[in-house]
Ligand binder design. Structure first.
Ligand code: FES
Ligand SMILES: [Fe+2]
Length: 362
């Protein structure tokens, strides 16, 4: 990294789709406040079923609309002077001036929201820059053929540190050496490709190895100890990493014999440059059981395991964040061959960030 490139912790990209929550979190006519990319936003699901999002500041005196309440007809009333807004954000009632014309600009600032595959996404940046970009598909989240566990963590670190963590399995040892990590795993060759997913630049890293001893914990949640293994991680913009792993019994890949798999979604939603909300969803085919105890669902074992693994990741990321905040002076990072996907990810994110800054669009 040259001296002129921004550190990961300097970057916050607004022109991207970020997860706000899951569909089931949005009940009709309940106000929700979320801080995303330093913007305070209010969301609600209308009685008709659509999720809408706005700047949380009332257009009158900046009172948070999220502290308001619903009136008849799906209107939201500001708790200060009672201006009421419809689901398009337009003010339609001013109690202190009944009957007087309401200026068109008396409205809440809207944000683009998409609800798709059980996830509600927001674009906190310039809506004109959306073009053809759409959030990636997450079909397992709503599929009856898959079961899943989810968790949400508040991390005191820039979301890009988490992206780099999720793209890089060479940290499994030593960071996760007591659970999923084995030192030898870092030597497995990888392939890297770049591409586009629904209009957004992506980088994918895959690893394939046959007749290979898995860590006891992977063998527990994916059954096979001596296994043929395939793993994949894809970063799609700054908002999501999609990861998967499949194990077959040694020699079984060719004929797809007894595959056991998981598909993970890592959602990264920046709160600001120094913290983010991290949501994980681990999906497994329905009925996939623990290798160690076939009476226990594999996803439940994964949940136990991940509570340990994520605590280790957070420990590392929060310390990295502290160190990133020190002035660099003569310090420069040294990237290794195994950091190639991460470096490519940075390149994509740096370019997105520089474009935003250059356009002064936000
Ligand atoms: S601040 Fe909202 S009505 Fe006055
Ligand atoms: Fe990790």
């Amino acid at each position: 990294m040259s001296a002129r490139e921004p550190k990961a912790v300097d970057i916050m990209i607004l022109n991207a789709w970020y997860k706000v929550g899951f569909s089931e979190d949005f009940k009709a006519e309940v106000l929700q406040r979320h801080v995303i990319c330093e913007k305070v936003l209010v969301f609600w699901r209308t009685a008709e079923g659509e999720v809408v999002g706005f700047d949380d500041r009332c257009c009158h005196k900046r009172m948070p609309i999220s502290a308001g309440r619903f009136l008849e007809g799906g209107l939201v009333e500001c708790p200060y002077h009672g201006l009421a807004f419809n689901s398009e954000g337009q003010c339609v009632k001013v109690p202190s001036a009944p009957g007087a014309p309401i200026p068109k600009r008396a409205r809440l600032l809207p944000y683009k929201v998409i609800e798709q595959d059980g996830v509600v996404w927001v674009w906190p940046g310039d809506a004109e820059k959306i073009g053809d970009i759409r959030p990636p598909a997450t079909p397992e989240i709503v599929s009856p053929d898959w079961e899943r566990i989810t968790g949400e963590l508040h991390i005191k670190g820039n979301s890009i540190l988490m992206i780099e963590n999720a793209l890089d399995i060479t940290h499994f040892y030593p960071l996760h050496g007591n659970t999923i990590g084995q030192s030898a795993d870092s030597n497995i060759e990888f392939d890297m490709t770049t591409g586009e997913t629904r209009g957004c630049e992506s980088v994918t890293v895959t690893r394939q190895v046959d007749d290979y001893p898995q860590s006891d914990d992977f063998a527990d949640i994916l059954t096979h100890k001596m296994a043929d293994s395939y793993s994949i991680q894809t970063m799609v913009g700054p908002g999501i990493i999609i990861a998967g792993r499949t194990l077959w019994p040694a020699g079984g890949r060719k004929d797809n014999k007894d595959p056991k798999c998981l598909k993970n979604y890592h959602f990264l939603t920046p709160i600001d440059r120094r913290s983010h909300k991290y949501t994980y969803v681990v999906n497994m085919p329905k009925g996939q059981m623990s290798g160690r105890d076939p009476s226990v669902r594999a996803v439940d074992r994964a949940k136990e395991l991940l509570s340990v693994v994520f605590a280790e990741d957070i420990w590392a990321i929060e310390m990295q964040q502290e160190m990133c905040e020190l002035p660099d002076g003569d310090y420069r990072e040294v990237l290794l061959k195994s950091d190639l996907p991460l470096a490519q990810g940075r390149k994509i994110l740096d370019a997105m960030y520089q474009k935003e800054i250059g356009e002064h669009s936000i």
